[in-house]
Design a binder for this molecule. Structure first.
Ligand code: CA
Length: 687
């Protein structure tokens, strides 16, 4: 569906042309956005300055293209020669022209049953572009090369063992003719790796695992043999985890590929590796030789990781002057709350400081080694603890941006999140389920303390990486704010869960412009030139992990139909955003005489099988059905839906292999109790 707006491109073009006539014309390199982070260093800085702090007030919508999707959109669009390449839900790829008309759509037809094995919505963060092809990673673990002109597949390879719970949500990257791709699935139990495929042929050139495998089968490398010394027990049975599910960056000068690795399986080290150990290379930044994938160095951000502190957040490269010398650094605002600077030539630790307040898991970082000083309160064997940040992290996958002229990194941050970690001492690996190792039935005293924890604050933080201090920050009215773009116009752009898309002055954070997109925003904007005119393009669509944790009613976030929005100076388009979702509180569709004990049993089962799509406390985000609103018909068909898989084509997989018929009434009783609770709560808020 395409919305036609009143401003013609021609008009905008002539307006800006007259304004920008005195400026030197931008090079083709500056005009386009052809990589995930615009350039190999992933600074997400565009030198374009037609849109700047003086005229950003006249920025407006030029066109909007509705994708007909209702799930989370996280992609960074790529733009080359006036063509926009992007992705939506279920790994669908799109090409649009500069006026928002669809040129082609490619649906890889991911089997909907895969939804069982995806932690955080059916999202995709975008494509890679190389010569005449674009490259797409899919939820079912494929890597597909598409003809950039037609969207027709050129090659299509399976990059994972599809019998296991692997998924791909991250964007591929390019390193000298190789397509690099990672994978996700540590919450379920897989062994993480980075693969490199020949861009022309789709042939696997190298594969580097991030954690050791079964020693009896021999180690793939010396590095993995070394890593195995930091593990205990039969860690390989679950796969171990360490999935590099988001950040992969290539430095052509050093010929190194950097990747961030995820948490382990299970989350808790006493379950995962009885006897402890650092468990290399979980929660680490690793550097691989681009030609063969050999591990050149590693830095473990969170040794013995036990809090879901993936180190997969965006890695950014820069050359910074530190103590009088220019250092080639790699930077990360890590989930664990510390901002890291490493020498990217050798992995040497330079510095780390907390970029949010209230971190409790570590009291600091050893200034020589970079090793965190873990707090005694952060881990107590298999006893429950309250820890900040929560697995949402102080920063997650939302890309940050760097403006070389201000020297500041702009980080989408979260402050004050707390998690109750209650390890399940009876946990055993089940490949058909989540394997976090959490006790879903924990109901002890810390649970009440968690409910009393102060609210989480969303902040856009301008961080001086050289001095490791905050230059300025903006406290946001919502917890979740999306990816960031910095431009030569002294501007920083960022969208939020409440649908507001804002521009701030890069030097001091003054808000200069805002636009109500009507639908929650997670994805980062990009900017580019077409016909000499600077445009901004952004995907809007609420969902992802944030949609589960911060659903509508549980905070000011707006689900809605996914869109591609494009802005320019002089645009004056209006968005007519239809109301989305349920109006008014739910009410129980059928009556139940379940006992509180049955409801509690249902709550535990819901926490084990249902919440990671249908939401925390049965409050769903994005377009996934909120079960509190389930109709009587749905309740009557519950068994055929949950066990029989009759709605699989709509994305609801069968749980017939793990749930029993006699367990369903308890789940229904819990859902109905949540509907009843919401009906009695005028604000319709999650507890
Ligand atoms: Ca994780």
């Amino acid at each position: 569906m395409k919305m036609r707006l009143s401003v013609s491109l021609l008009f905008v073009g002539s307006l800006v042309f007259s304004m920008g006539a005195c400026k030197k014309s931008a090079s083709a390199k500056e005009a386009d956005w052809t990589m995930y982070g615009r350039t190999n260093d992933e600074q997400r800085f565009s030198p374009l300055n037609q849109i700047n702090e003086q005229n950003v007030g006249q920025l407006g919508l030029v066109w909007s293209h509705e994708l007909g999707t209702t799930r989370g959109l996280e992609a960074t669009p790529l733009v080359s020669n006036g063509v926009i390449y992007t992705t939506g839900e279920w790994s669908v790829a799109y090409a649009l022209d500069a006026t928002g008309e669809i040129l082609w759509t490619f649906d890889p037809k991911v089997p909907r049953a895969r939804a069982r094995f995806i932690c955080c919505d059916v999202v995709n963060r975008g494509l890679a572009l190389y010569h005449d092809k674009v490259f797409l990673g899919t939820l079912d673990g494929r890597l597909i090369a598409l003809d950039a002109k037609t969207g027709k597949p050129v090659w299509d390879v399976v990059t994972v063992d599809q019998s296991k719970s692997y998924a791909i949500t991250g964007a591929p990257r390019i390193a000298k003719g190789l397509v690099l791709i990672g994978n996700a699935g540590s919450e379920f139990g897989v062994r993480g790796f980075v693969s490199a495929y020949d861009a022309e042929t789709g042939k696997l050139v190298w594969r580097t695992f991030t954690v050791p495998g079964d020693p009896s089968r021999g180690f793939e490398s010396k590095a993995l043999e070394e890593a195995a010394k930091t593990w205990h027990g039969q860690y390989w049975i679950t796969g171990g985890g360490g999935t590099p599910w988001d950040s992969i960056v290539y430095d052509p000068d050093l010929d190194l590929v950097y990747a961030g690795t995820g948490n382990g399986t299970a989350w808790y080290r006493d379950l995962r590796s009885p006897g402890g150990g650092d468990n290399l290379y979980l929660a680490s930044i690793i550097a691989l030789r681009a030609s063969d994938g050999e591990l050149m160095w590693h830095f473990q951000v969170t040794p013995g990781e036990s809090w879901d502190y993936d180190a997969t957040q965006p890695l950014m490269l820069a050359d910074l002057k530190i103590d009088g010398a220019t250092r080639k650094v790699v930077m990360q605002a890590s989930k664990n709350g510390f901002f890291y600077l490493l020498d990217r030539q050798n992995g040497q630790f330079i510095s780390a400081k907390p970029f949010v307040n209230g971190i409790t898991w570590a009291s600091g970082i050893d200034p020589k080694t970079g090793r965190p000083e873990e707090s005694p309160s952060a881990y107590d064997g298999l006893r429950a603890v309250l820890v900040s940040p929560s697995p949402d992290g102080a920063h997650n996958w939302y890309p940050m941006a760097f403006d070389p002229s201000t020297g500041l990194v702009y980080v989408p941050g979260r402050e004050g999140s707390t998690m109750l970690h209650a390890p399940d001492k009876d946990w055993t690996y089940n490949p058909k389920l989540w394997n976090r190792g959490e006790d879903d039935a924990y109901d002890g005293p810390l649970f009440r303390r968690l409910l009393a924890a102060p609210p989480v604050t969303g902040r856009l933080i301008a961080w001086n990486p050289v001095e490791q201090r905050e230059a300025w920050s903006v406290t946001l009215p919502v917890v979740e704010s999306g990816g960031v773009l910095a431009t030569g116009g002294n501007l920083v752009f960022q969208g939020r869960s409440d649908g507001m898309f804002c521009a701030y002055r890069a030097t001091d954070g003054k808000r200069l412009w805002e636009f109500d997109a009507g639908t929650g925003i997670m994805a980062p904007p990009v900017t580019y030139l077409v016909g000499g005119v600077q445009y901004l393009t952004l995907m809007v669509g609420w969902g992802g992990a944030a949609g589960l944790i911060h659903p509508p009613g549980g905070g000011p976030s707006k689900p809605g139909f996914g869109r591609v929005l494009t802005f320019a100076i002089g645009g004056n388009g209006k968005l007519d955003v239809p109301r989305f979702g349920h109006q008014g509180p739910p009410s129980p569709a059928i009556s139940t005489n379940a006992t509180p004990a049955t409801v509690h049993t249902g709550e535990v089962l819901f926490g084990k099988y249902c919440f990671y799509c249908h939401g925390v406390n049965a409050v769903a985000g994005s377009g996934i059905p909120d079960l509190r609103y389930a109709t009587a018909e749905t309740h009557h068909q519950f068994e055929s839906i949950v066990l029989g898989g009759v709605r699989e084509s709509r994305g609801m997989p069968s749980f017939g292999d793990v749930l029993k018929r006699e367990q369903l009434p308890a789940i229904q009783a819990y859902i109905l109790s949540r509907a009843a609770a919401a009906a009695n709560t005028p604000s319709n808020k999650a507890p």
